[in-house]
Design a protein around this ligand. Sequence first.
Ligand code: FPP
Length: 253
Amino acid sequence: MSMKIPFLKNKQSKELFHYPEDNIPEHISIIMDGNGRWAHKRGMPRVAGHKEGVSAVVKIVKAAVKCKVKVLTLYTFSTENWKRPKPEIDFILRLPKEFLHIYLPDLIANNVRIEVIGDRANLPAHTWEALQYAIERTRHNDGLQLNFALNYGSRSEMLSAMKEMFADVNDAKLSLADVDEKRFSEYLYTAGMTDPDLLIRTGGEKRLSNFLLWQLAYTEFWFTDVLWPDFSEKEFLRALEEYRKRKRRYGGI
Ligand code: FPP
């Protein structure tokens, strides 16, 4: 394995894994659920689960790079998460900066491109500045595209897309007759990206929680009871193995 990835040097990389080479999902999206329960089970504060969740992010980014996944979208903070206690919100929104402070050099060395989907307007300045710096520094990388969904909510994404599109119709920049699915997609945060092929949700719940509702129309879903901080490379490869067995028909036969 490439020596370019210092974050490969953990216990797991010594295990012998089978990395699939064909029929890899091009775009994987993940609802990283279960951090709070992971911490609660250990008598720790919820934020300890989020902190451990960052270690799982590192493992899964590494695995995605190794498997040559093109896009990985991680649901990091939803528009609904503002309902949480302020100290927990502040903690989660500090994580991108802390993660990038440690791992940006590795991500750059491994040709990873950082992107953000979501409404940046309400994010604290320190969160956005750290991400903006990473986006800028990795702009020309053409390996894994790592999307952080931050202050992301699918319904609000679609509403603002619709408003922008109507404004363009109003200003005669767009004709209503030209509005189709492809054109509408260009107004979403995910403009230019392929739709996810696989959605993984950890933590046992089986719902979408306002995540990529438009983009997941034909996505394969894979659910696991494993709590996000315990989600490992082995578990990730299990999801890929299951995906390889699925027959995608897109409504055909
Ligand atoms: C959901 O679990 C998790 C979140 C709202 C936060 C997700 C954030 C991370 C995994 C860390 C992000 C990492 C980086 C690098 C920015 P929950 O708290 O709802 O868990 P519960 O259902 O057990 O309460």
